[in-house]
Design a protein around this ligand. Structure first.
Ligand SMILES: NC(=O)c1ccc[n+]([C@@H]2O[C@H](COP(=O)([O-])OP(=O)(O)OC[C@H]3O[C@@H](n4cnc5c(N)ncnc54)[C@H](OP(=O)(O)O)[C@@H]3O)[C@@H](O)[C@H]2O)c1
Length: 333
């Protein structure tokens, strides 16, 4: 029996938070290959916060998904057919193939995953887009020096967990911020951060102050809102803030926002937002360095895995609600 191509389509644009009815499953034939293309049997799908924005009919830094189209997303899998000289059947690869079991893509848009150094799934996490995001945002933009203090928000997540461990490897003191005691325990005990503050706890601001007696030189921020605002009084002169994400604003009709600017001015702070896709030249060196750290046991990662493509909508809903630990993935059966 030939395999069908199971896909998850965008069925409707959510008003408020997305639900499983925002998506629809479709089974169809396998795609046929054009010249220069590669057919991949996807094994892993990455679930990422940016997918929420693509469900809306608004253009941000990328086009929205059209209703009835396959949801966008990165996948990792195995080449099953190739009409590109750079890829052979059996190669382990990652690319932007979408929420589906099989994908055909131009070989120039695909990259190999070095499974001698990292598991295939890590090609979507620490050795994939989230890892490169952490690398560019921390190393290139925050540029922390040994001995400096770095704060990473959403510290237990796919991006934050890597950013914090990279800062530790650069000789920094690293304080994470995460939601809940279990996530904070993981951040300190498993990832090796020096401290982690639970932003959901009643004494959040006092704990933050206590954890930063000498202030903060670099903030790698994934969340914005109340958490970032609470960090601003702790800034040191010459501090840098990398604005990576603002997940507290997602599906939030009245975001908290930034309520004070003076700490930025008096401390001559550099604030830089960025989009990882704007740095294609950094992907290969970042993935090479990060894969080396993983292989040598210097960087650790956790995955939350949903089983089967049908579970992808629920996995996205859970990610946005903070119910995943580490990188949220779907295993494509
Ligand atoms: N600029 C870029 O190019 C780029 C690329 C990739 C990702 N990003 C951004 O980086 C951030 C992290 O992405 P990721 O893939 O690693 O996701 P993630 O951190 O694995 O998952 C998102 C986490 O955000 C936290 N969160 C949710 N709502 C929150 C709220 N209201 N306040 C504070 N924290 C909240 C949750 O953790 P807690 O339980 O700790 O709250 C949740 O686990 C996202 O904002 C994403 O959009 C940016």
């Amino acid at each position: 029996m030939t395999e069908s191509n199971r896909q998850v389509l965008l069925a409707s644009r959510p008003e408020g938070k997305p639900t499983e009815s925002s998506f629809r499953i479709k089974d169809g034939p396998l795609p046929s290959l054009g010249e220069g293309q590669v057919l991949v049997r996807n094994q892993w799908l990455s679930i990422d916060p940016y997918m929420r924005g693509r469900m809306m009919d608004i253009r941000t830094y990328a086009e929205p998904v059209a209703l009835g189209d396959v949801m966008v997303g990165d996948t990792a899998g195995i080449v099953v057919e190739s009409r590109h000289p750079g890829f052979a059947v059996g190669d382990a690869v990652a690319g932007h193939l979408g929420w589906q079991r099989f994908g055909a893509i131009d070989g120039s848009l695909l990259r190999k995953v070095d499974t001698t150094r990292v598991p295939l799934s890590a090609g979507l996490g620490v050795a994939g887009m989230p890892g490169v995001t952490a690398y560019v945002g921390l190393i290139d933009l925050c540029a922390p020096q040994a001995g400096e203090t770095v704060v990473v928000t959403a510290a237990s997540g796919g991006v934050g967990s890597v950013a914090g461990q990279l800062a530790k490897l650069r000789g920094c003191r690293v304080v994470g911020v995460a939601g809940g005691a279990d996530k904070c325990r993981h951040v300190v005990d498993d990832l090796g951060f020096d401290a982690c503050i639970d932003y959901k706890a009643a004494d959040f601001k006092a704990s933050l102050k206590a954890a930063l007696p000498d202030g903060v030189n670099c903030i790698f921020d994934n969340v914005g809102g109340e958490v970032l605002d609470a960090l601003l009084p702790r800034l040191r002169p010459g501090a840098r803030i990398t604005l990576c994400g603002a997940i507290s604003e997602v599906d939030n009709p009245s975001p908290h926002g930034i309520r004070r600017l003076l700490p930025l001015i008096v401390n001559r702070v550099k604030v830089q937002g960025f989009i990882v896709g704007d740095h294609p030249e950094r992907w290969a060196p970042a993935i090479d360095e990060l894969s080396g750290h993983v292989a040598a046991g210097r960087i650790h990662f956790r995955e939350t895995v949903a089983e089967g493509l049908e579970a992808a909508p629920r996995a996205l809903i859970d990610l946005l609600a903070g119910r995943s630990l580490g990188k949220q993935l779907v295993r494509i059966l």
